[in-house]
Design a binder for this molecule. Structure first.
Ligand SMILES: Nc1ncnc2c1ncn2[C@@H]1O[C@H](COP(=O)(O)OP(=O)(O)O)[C@@H](O)[C@H]1O
Ligand SMILES: [Mg+2]
Length: 197
């Protein structure tokens, strides 16, 4: 099966449509409930530095979570498109005064600043966006493969961040048709529960 397999593309399309159709009230309630689910998890309580992402395309709004983590004194990082290695991400410190700009996909990202870079080994936890997930921790993304490439060699690091997928409950499917390169998620959190695989 290729990356652009019709099965994966169809699944992306139907789940993206479902989450885009959530009402502003449903989005707000999902984001607020997720804050409670995530803050209650021991993995997050133990973590000092956490990578998140800024939501788009109907993704669960991560801003309430980011604010809650700041309030707890945690270091938050955001992905930035890699300046030299196409298809990869870098992570950069994110605070209330970090300047943002739209990247080439129109998604806001911190203005690249080498002094604010955080290496993977400096992150305790990375929260990943996803389009679809299943109850085995399989993840389908938007189709760019950015997180798969960036996190492909995580196991070789002496200290590797824990991976946590964040999603609306409506993004759960019976079985994600996975590919060899898809990075699995040991933890997935939705407003209704948290899975550990
Ligand atoms: N570790 C990797 N090394 C090289 N290419 C990769 C890697 N992971 C993913 N890719 C490429 O990225 C593309 C998109 O990956 P895919 O898993 O379909 O996207 P997503 O994870 O965003 O759903 C695929 O064509 C795949 O070949
Ligand atoms: Mg993938």
């Amino acid at each position: 099966m290729s990356a652009k397999s019709p099965q994966r593309q169809q699944l992306r399309q139907s789940i993206r449509r479902a989450r885009q159709q959530l009402s502003p009230l449903e989005q707000q309630s999902a984001a607020e409930t997720l804050v409670k689910v995530v803050l209650a998890s021991p993995e997050v309580q133990r973590a000092d530095s956490i990578a998140l992402y800024l939501s788009n395309d109907g993704e669960l709004d991560t801003l309430p979570l980011i604010h809650a983590l700041w309030q707890q004194g945690k270091q938050v990082a955001l992905p930035v498109l890699h300046l030299f290695t196409a298809g990869h991400l870098l992570f950069q410190r994110f605070s209330a005064d970090t300047p943002l700009r739209p990247n080439k996909y129109g998604i806001a990202e911190p203005v690249p600043n080498i002094q604010q870079l955080m290496l993977l080994s400096q992150l305790d936890l990375i929260c990943l966006p996803l389009v679809a997930f299943d109850d085995a921790g399989h993840r389908l993304g938007m189709g760019g493969g950015f997180y798969d490439r960036t996190l492909a060699n995580l196991a070789n690091l002496p200290t590797a961040p824990q991976l946590v997928g964040l999603a609306h409950d409506c993004q759960q499917v019976n079985a994600v048709p996975i590919e060899a390169w898809d990075v699995p998620l040991p933890i997935i959190a939705t407003p209704s529960r948290i899975w550990r695989f």
